[in-house]
Design a protein around this ligand. Structure first.
Ligand SMILES: *[C@@H]1O[C@H](CO)[C@@H](O)[C@H](O)[C@H]1NC(C)=O
Ligand SMILES: *[C@@H]1O[C@H](CO)[C@@H](O)[C@H](O)[C@H]1NC(C)=O
Length: 387
């Protein structure tokens, strides 16, 4: 069984419940793709091109092709559509129509492409339609990137990938880190004085996020708290996963990757902005003990989602909610609205590689494109729920 666009649409409509696991499509190539590239030919060290070679490049798997940089497994010269407006002019891809497609032969079958606009659809970036060996493809005007090829001897090609065409039903993955705009002040005790930070506090903050892995292993749900440093505050993890280890594309490292993403992105910023208070001497001759106050997001919601690339109909697959709570015997009054801090923290997740944003396969491992977002929280909620 595999997802058709209609099946995925139906799932989107009922996305209050979770999406089913992504099924296996053995003997299929769900991530096969074709680049449409414009290449200029250069001889020796010359900076002036002395020819062109516009081509189609076939890859069985986008991620593999991006990671090994060359890995193309088939190449075909793009059929000339006869338009030349200079000595060395590139193919005008936009001239191809359904009855006059550009085409090439690959071992995988005949490739045909048409309807390529300058600019793609604003929501999906789709521009144009293709077929390979009779299977439906959609082409995208993003991302454009540069690659170079050796032409043998002194010949080099400098190329720009202009369009990329994927299977029409290809599934993509993304992971969103929503940081709520409420924070709770968490005092952790450590050494150093008012001016100096204690790097053990950074380890405590990181360790708290890594407890997500422990929580997933313990499987005790959001009722069990995991202490933050030596404070009387805990993190509570609610972990809902749609896939189990017996599903075809189950990713055993997903929770670990999410914990790492949280620790690597948030911990240094939270640590950097701590305030140090109430230092008092411990034992004569040793460092004083201080209160290191960390302004911690009251709640973070992580959504692992997938969609049909051509439809951008994102459906939640896994949802992990992390909230801060205090020892139930003690009242927390530190919760406050902090929109600017949530914007800064969520922004830290947006620095991921542009190339995989929105195009990462849902059937391979990893989090896919990673994004941050700001979610609206209320302190009343944090108090009634946590105290
Ligand atoms: C569309 O392209 C823009 C860049 O031109 C990119 O930022 C955006 O993520 C793309 N959207 C999708 C759905 O791939
Ligand atoms: C940390 O402090 C800097 C400097 O005051 C500020 O610009 C930044 O927004 C703060 N970060 C957070 C997460 O509040």
């Amino acid at each position: 069984m595999y997802f058709t666009q209609i099946a995925v649409l139906a799932l989107a409509a009922i996305s209050v419940t979770h999406a089913s696991p992504i099924s296996s499509r053995e003997n299929d190539r769900p991530d096969e793709m074709v680049y449409l590239i414009n290449c200029d030919r250069f001889q020796g060290d010359s900076k002036t091109p002395n020819g062109i070679k516009d081509q189609f490049l076939y890859f069985e798997d986008l991620e593999k092709s991006l990671s090994d940089g060359r890995g193309g497994i088939a190449r075909a010269i793009a059929g000339d559509n006869g338009r030349h407006d200079g000595m060395y002019s590139h193919i005008d891809w936009t001239l191809a129509k359904e009855d006059t497609p550009l085409h090439a032969e690959f071992p995988q079958g005949e490739f045909k492409v048409w309807g390529l606009a300058e600019k793609g659809d604003p929501k999906t970036n789709i521009t144009g339609v293709a077929e390979l060996g009779g299977r439906d493809f959609r082409c995208y005007d993003w991302p454009r990137f540069h690659l170079s090829q050796n032409g043998g001897g002194v010949i080099k090609y400098s190329c720009t990938a202009r369009y990329m065409c994927f299977r029409a039903e290809r599934l993509v993955r993304q992971t969103k880190f929503n940081v709520f705009d409420t924070t709770i002040t968490i005092p952790i005790s450590g050494g150093a004085d008012m001016k100096e930070k204690d790097t053990r506090i950074l380890d405590d903050v990181k360790a708290a996020f890594h407890k997500l892995e422990q929580a997933a292993a313990d499987n005790t749900g959001d009722t069990h708290g995991y202490q933050i440093g030596d404070s009387d505050f805990n993190l509570y993890f609610d972990i809902e996963r749609a896939e189990t280890p017996k599903d075809a594309h189950y990713d055993p490292n997903r929770i670990k990757n999410i914990a790492k993403m949280l620790a690597d992105n948030l911990a240094p910023e939270l640590y950097k902005n701590q305030t140090i208070r109430n230092c008092r001497a411990s034992i004569i001759g040793l460092d004083p003990i201080c209160e290191h106050r960390i302004s911690w997001p009251a709640k973070i919601k992580v959504q692992v989602q997938f969609a049909t690339q051509a439809l951008q109909n994102w459906v939640d697959q896994d949802i992990i909610t992390i909230r801060v709570g205090r020892d139930p015997a003690k009242v927390d009054t530190s919760c406050k609205k902090t929109e600017s801090s949530a914007a800064v923290l969520s922004g830290l997740f947006n620095a991921g590689g542009a190339l995989t944003g929105g195009v990462a396969s849902a059937v391979s491992m990893g989090l896919g494109g990673v994004f941050g977002g700001v979610a609206i929280g209320t302190c009343e909620f944090a108090k009634t729920k946590n105290n």
